[in-house]
Design a protein around this ligand. Sequence first.
Ligand SMILES: [Zn+2]
Length: 494
Amino acid sequence: MLWSLIKIVVFVTVIAALTWGAGYLLESSGGLQITVMGTEFNFGPLQSVIAVIGLVIAVWLLLKVFALLVAAWHFLNGDETALSRYFDRNREKKGYEALSEGLMALASGEGRLALSKAAKADKYLEKPELTNLLIAQAAEMAGDRRTAEDAYRKMITNQATRFVGVRGLMKQKLADGDTDTALKLAQKAFALKPKHEETGDVLLKLQAEKEDWKGARETLNTKLKNGQLPRDVHKRRDAVLALSEAKEVFAEGNSIESREAAIEANRLSPDLIPAAVMAAHSFIEQDKPKYAARLLKKAWSVQPHPDLAAAFAAIQPNETPKERLKRFTMLTKVQPDHAETKMLLAELNIAAEDFPQARRSLGDLVETNATARSVTLMAAIERGEGASDTIVKGWLARALNVSRGPQWICENCQHIHASWNPVCENCHSFDTLAWKTPPMSEVAMPGGLQMLPLIVGTIEDNSGADAKPPVGTRSDIEDAELITDPVENGAKSK
Ligand SMILES: [Zn+2]
């Protein structure tokens, strides 16, 4: 209120002063006289004041126009001026906007949109290390493999993004199943970044798959040095690789080197069953049966396994069943309650024709932990004790209906292997095979289980009439005869 009043008072005062000034100038005599080339210009007092003000404005305008002309002249000569800087800032802003929109699109799974934003960002920003990555990822999401590959290749040329480029290409080759190229790229990526754990794993897997055991052992050692692997895991895997190396050398015919490698593998991991078996055979060949027996006993104490028993039998191939039974106490006393030990004792007693002792050795295994092997052993014991065919075949029929017992199973994909392998046949994982019982499948014999009582019954009916047993049980009887050999593979004395 007071402010408005002051403004009005000031306004009125200024107007009054101007009016008074103009009146004074009009009334006063005299003025300005300018002579230009003989002509005289006469200005009155008011006119003079207006002319001076007009001149000042004209000079100011002239100076402004002159400055603009100078700026334009510099710009045309290619100088960095405020003009071009202004436009650059605009480009960068647009580029970053496109980049962030592209990242958002990538995160929300819109591959095509992300790709077009990435292309826009690439056009505005001169930052290939940022935009190439976005292009590659967006192209992969959109299923545009070519563009992704091109982007990865561009990234390889830049020192800062080389690793990411190599890794991206490696993943593409892996997806294509081109493991040869993938292996080379993995080696390159691992050389660039030895501490990158995933690359090390991929390289190791590919090397194991390609049976490059030496290379795989080097990779494993680098991983240990970088602290990515616990020492015991490293030891175990190194043993697996050493064993694989030994097998390869053996296949090439260099048995001395192979022996040393097998013994080395066993030293690294005494519980690795195939290494123990191979090392035992090496010692047997070197005529060092005591060494062989000792390492087999050690392995048996960790994990009783039929292959270990077979190798133990091979130490003395020409002994009698009674001698063998006695010698095997070195193994059987280590883990007396283990199912494998019980079955081994039963087999040894069957071979020695001590059937009651074989039955005692087997104990309640057929009730508590029935497997095809333990039930078949029971059939052999019954047969040895002179039981009727019906009882024997009843056991054999049961053998079809129970678990097949422990086998080499991949812990990654549950694939069952006939023999131990360093690499899973199915999923190509490295060192995933474990000796354990697979989950019992209900469809072990489609439609057959209901028929079994019928078949067994038929045999009983015809047994007096000297008829041939139906097809299908015949081989089972032969199996029963076969298993009287104490250890299936090992003893060649029989
Ligand atoms: Zn597997």
